[in-house]
Design a protein around this ligand. Structure first.
Ligand code: NAP
Length: 292
């Protein structure tokens, strides 16, 4: 799995196509998708163009997509998986993730709410039930690895312990303000990849991109703050996702190199703590475009 991945959480379908092609051209070979992003067809279209032109080969790219919360019932897992595969135009996946550990009322409505606007959860299925259906996809050779997302160490442990096929990857928010050190140590000891999302703090201002420590290091090493943050993530042994939407940004975000040890340590000593995406604690989706 290439450590540096291109994230496809892009609300605009046309931008999804151009950004995905630009990412391939910049050198990205790892693509992170989701049923919930409602743009697997556009990602697939861009990848098919690049494959057909011979600029990439299927075995050289690593494709992930995710099972949405409304499809946790075991009988819904395979149909959801096959529908994603069809939209992407692929015949196998490299990695399939359970997007969040929260099961929602099954159905076509991605974000089921009651009359008071509260999310309608599905109490009739456990995470382990869903995991077993994920394991069957690996048994049948439909995907090469399975994992979880938006999960805490506390939530991961029971699945990890009971799983016949262990999670290969956990995808969580992680950046210098939320280093997830305990989870990373567990992952390192157990051969699980921690795949970080929001490495640039979702680009929020004020935020990581303007952090004085990051800006000073960027100036010192002749890189941009984004390059410093992405390099830090890889250097600490995580894989990382980034979402450049233009060709220039794609080239910038792909062009990372190891930081000097003192700069790396300085980032590790940043004390600000901030979680940007509360989904892991609340079960309520955030930062996902509602329309599309
Ligand atoms: N599992 C989950 O629940 C979950 C949740 C969120 C994300 N993800 C995955 O993780 C991926 C990455 O997340 P993310 O996009 O939030 O992470 P991010 O890289 O922290 O934030 C993206 C933001 O950074 C800005 N940006 C990108 N490159 C930049 C650069 N070189 N200089 C300055 N700003 C830059 C973008 O600005 P512009 O808008 O101007 O381009 C965008 O607003 C997503 O695409 C998705 O695949 C997963």
């Amino acid at each position: 799995m290439p450590a540096l991945g291109f994230g496809t959480l892009i609300p605009d379908p046309a931008v999804t196509v151009t950004a995905t092609r630009d990412a391939v051209e910049a050198g990205f070979r790892h693509f992170d998708c989701a049923e919930r992003y409602r743009n697997e067809r556009e990602v697939g279209e861009a990848l098919q163009t690049e494959l057909a032109a011979g600029r990439i080969a299927r075995e050289d790219i690593f494709i992930t997509t995710k099972l949405w919360n409304t499809n946790h019932r075991p009988e819904r897992v395979e149909p959801a998986f096959e529908a994603s595969l069809e939209r992407l135009g692929l015949d196998y996946l490299d990695l399939y993730l359970i997007h969040t550990p929260f099961a929602f009322q099954p159905g076509d409505e991605f974000d089921p709410r009651d009359q008071d606007g509260r999310v309608v959860y599905d109490k009739g299925v456990t995470l382990l039930d869903t995991w077993k259906a994920m394991e069957e996809l690996v048994d049948r050779g439909r995907c090469r690895a399975i994992g979880l997302s938006d999960i805490t160490l506390h939530g991961l442990l029971p699945v990890y312990e009971s799983a016949r096929i262990k999670p290969a990857v956990v995808q969580v928010e992680s950046h210098p303000y939320l280093p997830e050190t305990e989870l990373l140590e567990f992952c390192n000891h157990n051969g699980v990849v921690l795949l970080a999302f929001a490495p640039l703090g979702h680009g929020m201002k004020p935020g990581l991109l303007g952090d004085p420590v990051i800006s000073a290091i960027a100036a010192r090493v002749g890189k941009t703050p984004a390059q410093v943050l992405l390099a830090w993530a890889v250097q600490r042994g995580t894989a990382v996702l980034t979402t450049p939407k233009t060709a220039t940004r794609a080239r910038e975000n792909f062009d990372i190199s190891a930081l000097p040890e003192d700069a790396f340590d300085e980032i590790n000593r940043i004390e600000t703590r901030q979680r940007l995406n509360p989904v892991v604690e609340t079960g309520v989706p955030g930062f996902i475009p509602q329309a599309g």
